[in-house]
Design a protein around this ligand. Sequence first.
Ligand code: PLP
Length: 365
Amino acid sequence: MKKNKKFYRDNLKELKPYDPHEVPYKIKLNANENPYGLPEEIIEEILSEAKNLKYFRYPSANSVKLSEIVSSFCGLNRDNIVIGNGSDELIDYLIKAFSEKGRRIITTAPSFAMYKIYSIISGSNFAQIPLNQSNFSLNEDKVLEEAKKEDSSIIFIAYPNAPTGNYFAEDKIIKIIEESGCLVVVDEAYYEFGKKTFVPFISRYDNLVIIRTFSKAYSIASLRVGYLLSNPEIINEIRKVKSPFNVNTFSQLVAQVVFENKEILKDSIKKIIEEREKLTNRINEIPPFKAHPSRTNFVLVEVGSKENSDLVYNNLLEQGILVQTASDPIFSTSRYFLRITVGNEEENDILVKGLEIVSKNRSLK
Ligand SMILES: Cc1ncc(COP(=O)(O)O)c(C=O)c1O
């Protein structure tokens, strides 16, 4: 039927709509949200300020106040920042501004899924360089080999990486920034859990972009706010492709209040890190699972075969526990993984019990 319809795009043929896994669940451990949410006192402050917002006006186009407080905290200014409707939108903007059909975008395997989706939508070529099989380290020479091809434009590096949860060596990333000739995007979505950053390098390199999000440690995934930091030339290019009023007024306000009160979130970040370590150890006591060390708020759990992966995922879901599949055939066709968000204490207990039940399933190899 579609054959005669000239308006369909060839490069979207193989793309499936994003699957948000909207299935019934009791415990949600699939999207790396902060399970503790915002403290009551912050919610009170937000609600009282929200009464005075001008709902009939368009939002501040460049999220001016939020841009000022976030950029100045990072030792930068408004010319160094773009606020996005989630960092997903910023990934889309980067690709719109710096790639197109005939150009190539590079990342690791495995890596964050949206880099590929937005690359395909833009018509760009997409290359993934597998991480080292034993320790998920970055193969910087292979990345550089791909980057030096004439059509390569952007390299996305998640730091820490998702879904593996590890940091890559800083000197390898610096080498990529210095030698690739590409725009290098360091995605620090999980920055607050590990605190390593490339922000100080923004003034040194003219091809470096950092992206961060309010969806993880800052607990406002529902409101879709992320930010991008770079030098003014890069920021100017991104503003050319940005929707003028991309972040709504309420989200700007909430992000601002949360950022100004970020000290209060330290407790929940600390609890998540403690729970992560406990959870990793507990999962490692349940055969055949292997939980890899993580510097984020999720744990990558190796489950063995494809059959095991399906069985564990489905069996957990039958118990009301929603997790995320995280295997990547470009990384390996024989290793299978689930990515599990660190929940609160009670949720993690239920998860561990759930995994113990699955582990006794005789079909599990
Ligand atoms: C590495 C990484 N980058 C970006 C995002 C997108 O975050 P958001 O669009 O909610 O800001 C995520 C979310 O899971 C992520 O894991």
